[in-house]
Design a protein around this ligand. Structure first.
Ligand code: AMP
Ligand code: ZN
Length: 666
């Protein structure tokens, strides 16, 4: 690039970044995506590296965050806050680590602490003699906004520490994704503009002049830094985190200590996709040198510490073209529109399709083939469409009248938004959907028997419902031209091995309308045999906590239906039946207690489930306020975080053993 051209582009970039940084930091209402912002920032950095004379003091690359909005008192930070250098590729991580190693040529691998980069709002809390004196935003790093009153309304921030020490604590204020979605729903109803993402919702809620509003928003705080003049308190970053925990702060549990950079890269890769199972937004990982003496030696640039760096995940949101809308008919007859997209790279995968939920959603989005749409990866694997480009008009996709599979006229039951194909027993798409679901991971989990195998089996008229899977012989499977990994032997064995599912899996796999895994759990906890469930009356079922009238009726209807009765008969004939959940109770010590299990334990999960049930307890697959205990093994999932945020007691295996003590012989 020529100097003249570079100078012009740099000026352009500075202005663009300044405008967008104001929208992001001061107004809490970004216009471009974080990824687009980072790209502008990186481009400017590259130009400034090539032409250092363009690196002026007022360049955004030399500053932190943005200015103070009017209305708050300014607060001069006791210790300056910095930003973090970041990259989005592993080579840069290697380079950063190599630079550090060069400073310590006589040492082996350096100890690093890697944490999730929480996508919230960073705050500095100042404690004197154990009392919370000031809470402030980062601002430009030197001066921030004094938001002490607002900070005091956040429950996970202690106002009094368990020790009377002077301490500066930094961390991230965030809003759980679930609360963000709820807040946005409420805002839509009230006709207030939605927040673009959980970070903006957190920032917008925290930076309210009226602290009462803040108090009504679900805000939490993860502490990630402690600073003290008393050098005896901690000597490493990991020790500081331990102290923070001891003092009553929430420290995000997903940090780890490693020697060298390779394990860090592995963890970055892991969290790149796993982050979607958390109930808070993370936009990357932060890697810090553990030893505080080394941190001091390495020091800072004008903007960021040299002893830390951030790895940014690929964007969660990206613009692409809506090339069409496809209709898919589900196992219960619901017709769902699916967005067909021009393929784009998003958060580590190539995306071609996105969920549109229902036809009301299409009306709300005002979209049609041809629109540019912003898509986002959320908790689900399949991304969703957030909005279209403003001022782009391709009309609105019209609701279909007929089932794309069997051409029956579609119906919309009272009080529901979904469109249904009413031809439950004759619609090929529904039949296939039910068989696929039966065999899927959420069903009885038949390894290797997925969409392609099932389609072929149906084409050859070998199966008409999921019970037919169990009469298939090895010869039948040989008739399909299968890919090598899926030998006929393997598929046959996988089918035969699925004959004894748990009661929950069995009930879920039947595709009863309104009965998902959680409801199936509730029923499985209550009844011990399939016969009892088949004979249960609606008035019995509604007595189960968590089962409403609609669900109860749906169960009764299902088991009274002649077609379903035939399928159940066939299943019985082929020897497919749920493992009895009739556990001989040995004691009642867990009476009235509901357990949820997450993570990897030392023994298979069902061993723990049986033990809980034998002691009179119940097992559920999702955490709610009614959960008594969460039993967490290694690498726990989102259930752990949910339990944490609801204040549910979390047990490790040892705790669990102690709790069920005296009954260890089970
Ligand atoms: P940036 O917003 O790109 O300047 O990145 C720096 C910011 O990352 C900090 O100011 C914090 O708000 C945020 N952050 C989130 N999680 C962490 C963490 N675990 N350690 C340090 N900073 C974090
Ligand atoms: Zn149909």
């Amino acid at each position: 690039m020529e100097f003249i051209e570079a100078k012009q582009r740099a000026a352009e970039l500075k202005e663009l970044i300044n405008i967008n940084s104001r929208a992001y930091y001061t107004l809490d209402a970004p216009v471009i995506t974080d990824f687009e912002y980072d790209e502008l920032f990186r481009e400017l950095k590259r130009i400034e590296e090539q032409f250092p004379e363009l690196k002026t003091d007022d360049s955004p690359t030399q500053k932190v965050g943005d200015n103070i909005s009017q209305g708050f008192k300014e607060y001069t930070h006791k210790y300056r806050l910095y930003s973090l250098d970041n990259s989005n590729n592993y080579d840069d991580l290697d380079k950063w680590y190599e630079r550090i190693k060069k400073e310590y040529p006589n040492e082996g691998d350096i100890e690093l602490v890697t944490e999730l980069k929480i996508d919230g709002l960073s705050c500095a809390l100042s404690y004197e003699n154990g009392d919370l004196k000031v809470g402030a935003t980062r601002g430009n790093g030197i001066i921030g906004e004094n938001i002490t009153e607002n900070i005091k309304s956040i429950k996970s921030i202690p106002q009094k520490l368990s020790r009377n020490i002077n301490l500066e604590v930094r961390g991230e204020v965030y809003m759980p994704v679930s609360s963000f979605e709820k807040l946005n729903e409420e805002n839509i109803e009230k006709g207030i503009k939605e927040f673009a993402n959980p970070r903006n919702a957190a920032a917008g809620s925290l930076r309210q002049l009226d602290a009462n509003i803040t108090a009504h928003r679900d805000l939490h705080f993860f502490a990630y830094t402690a600073i003290s003049e008393d050098k005896s308190l901690f000597k490493t970053h990991a020790e500081a985190l331990n102290l923070l925990k001891e003092l009553g702060f929430d420290v995000n549990p997903n940090y780890f200590i490693s020697k060298g950079i390779n394990p860090v890269k592995e963890k970055c890769k892991y969290w790149e996709t796993e982050r979607f199972s958390l109930d808070y937004a993370t936009d990357g990982m932060v890697i810090k040198i553990n030893d505080l003496a080394k941190q001091n030696e390495l020091g800072y640039t004008s903007r960021a510490p040299k002893w830390a760096t951030a790895f940014k995940f690929p964007p969660e949101e990206i613009w692409t073209k809506l090339e069409g809308i496809e209709l898919s008919v589900g196992k219960t007859g619901i017709v769902t529109p699916v967005a067909l997209l021009k393929p784009v790279q998003l958060a580590g995968t190539i995306v071609k399709r996105a969920s549109l939920h229902n036809f009301d959603e299409i009306k709300r989005l005002q979209i049609n083939t041809g629109n540019e749409v912003l898509i986002k990866k959320a908790a689900e694997i399949i991304p969703k469409v957030i909005r279209k480009r403003e001022n782009e008009d391709f009309g609105v996709y019209e609701e279909p009248k007929y089932c794309p599979s069997c051409h029956s006229e579609l119906i919309k039951p009272e009080g529901e938004v979904a469109l249904y194909c009413p031809n439950t027993l004759g619609c090929p798409a529904q039949i296939e959907g039910r068989i696929e679901f039966w065999a899927s991971k959420d069903g009885v989990d038949i390894d290797g028997v997925g969409e392609s195998v099932i389609t072929k089996l149906m084409e050859k008229n070998l199966i008409n419902d999921f019970a037919d899977l169990y009469k298939l012989t090895i010869d039948d499977f040989m008739q399909l031209d299968l890919v090598k990994e899926k030998s006929a032997d393997n598929l046959y064995n996988a089918v035969q091995n699925s004959k004894k599912p748990t009661m929950t899996k069995f009930l879920t796999a039947l595709s009863i309308k309104l009965i998902g895994k959680e409801t199936a759990d509730l029923i499985a906890n209550e009844y011990s045999t399939l016969e009892e469930i088949q004979n249960a009356k609606s008035e019995d079922l509604v007595k189960i906590d968590g089962i409403g009238e609609k669900a109860a009726n749906s169960i009764v209807d299902f088991f009274n239906n002649e077609y379903n009765k035939k399928i159940l008969e066939k299943l019985k004939l082929y020897g497919v039946n749920p493992k009895g959940s009739a556990f001989e109770k040995i004691s009642n010590i867990f009476e009235g207690k509901t357990f949820v299990i997450t993570g990897t334990l030392s023994k298979p999960r069902n061993i723990f489930e049986e033990r809980i049930k034998k002691l009179g307890g119940k097992v559920s697959s999702s955490v709610s306020k009614k959960t008594s205990y969460v039993l967490a093994g290694d690498n726990p999932g989102s259930k752990f975080d949910k339990a944490h945020s609801l204040g549910v007691i979390i047990l490790n295996e040892k705790d669990f053993d102690i709790l069920s003590e005296g009954n260890n012989a089970l």
